[in-house]
Design a protein around this ligand. Sequence first.
Ligand SMILES: [Zn+2]
Length: 158
Amino acid sequence: MYRYIFLLAFFSCGSRVELPAIDVDPALEPFLVHYLEVAPDVGRIGALRKLRFGDLEPRYMGVCAEYTAGGREWSEVVISPNLPGYMLVVVVYHELLHCVHGRGHTEDPDAIMAPYIRWDAEYWEANLDEQLAASFAEGVRDEPNRSAKTRPRGMGAE
Ligand SMILES: [Zn+2]
């Protein structure tokens, strides 16, 4: 069901970074590739081990789980199956912004990083690219405290 891919990502600054193998569901791979194409830097992509579908508690649409053990840190993004297409892509970007670029939630209800994402296909069709760029442009969030790191974060959870 899953396969390993080696991503050779090209970033807007023109640098080329060879990434470690990430276990990505093929249906989610195009979103990850696009995310990395528009990202200003590699962030913590080296710590991302999986981007996959999985059953979550009903209140979650996606989760960024970050783990620390034995001096190593890694992360995993799990996406709820059966989201409509426009929500699927927004949720993937939301969780990658948590896991890869350390972005926290915002109080702006129209943003990708809103804790409760707009369920509105027309809105996202018109605004997704702009909102993704805006999410990257927000400053890097402070490093989360250790006690929170192993607690999965997801939609509507914080
Ligand atoms: Zn979130």
